[in-house]
Design a binder for this molecule. Structure first.
Ligand code: HEC
Length: 155
């Protein structure tokens, strides 16, 4: 019976591996890209110091520009701007599935969120990889959010 358990384990491992996309490995079949299945609606603020993030209308272009620089330097390696997963989930529509507070708390309080926030933990299971804290300043975290809003077509 043992070998059968082994095979089952390997299969489960492969399915888990495929979950966040693995572009480097041609032997793992790519799942069809879909919107992020972990969706909480728009009430969850996550865990951290941000309880009320003021959004600007229209978008602040200088914040968007700086946010894009931060993205290119620190996030691009793991996050696409489409809904396709890389190491982490794609950012398309992220501002519609997460509150601004959740995003900023996650980005600045990553370890605690991954340890204690329900949604973050589901993402962790889905992606297998654990996002390292990127040590963003408050300003950079806010500017990345502005860049995400622009990416989602917000005006
Ligand atoms: C080394 C890879 C890596 C880097 C670099 C990275 N992330 Fe992540 N990110 C992840 C993973 C993986 C997840 C899913 C949660 C987990 O498994 O830790 C994630 C999740 C997220 C989420 C939640 C996504 C969702 O759908 O709710 C946000 C927001 C996020 N990251 C922002 C950032 C920002 C901003 C940066 C750059 C400053 C960044 N990440 C850099 C790997 C990374």
């Amino acid at each position: 019976m043992e070998p059968i358990y082994k095979i089952t384990e390997v299969l489960i491992f492969l399915v888990v591996l495929a979950a966040c996309g693995n572009h480097a490995n041609p032997y793992v079949k790519e799942p069809v890209a879909t919107a992020n299945p972990v969706d909480t609606g728009m009430a969850d603020k996550g865990i951290g110091k941000y309880s009320n993030v003021q959004l600007t209308h229209p978008l602040d272009e200088s914040m968007v520009d700086n946010g894009e620089e931060v993205y290119k330097a620190k996030c691009f390696a793991c996050h696409k701007l489409s809904d396709e997963k890389l190491v982490g989930p794609g950012w398309s529509k992220i501002t519609e599935r997460r509150t601004p507070e959740w995003i900023m708390n996650f980005v600045t309080n990553t370890n605690l969120m991954l340890d204690s926030d329900l949604v973050a933990q589901q993402l962790l299971v889905m992606c297998v990889a654990r996002m390292p804290n990127q040590n963003l300043s408050d300003r950079d975290a806010r500017d990345v959010l502005e860049f995400m809003r622009q990416n989602d077509g917000k005006k």
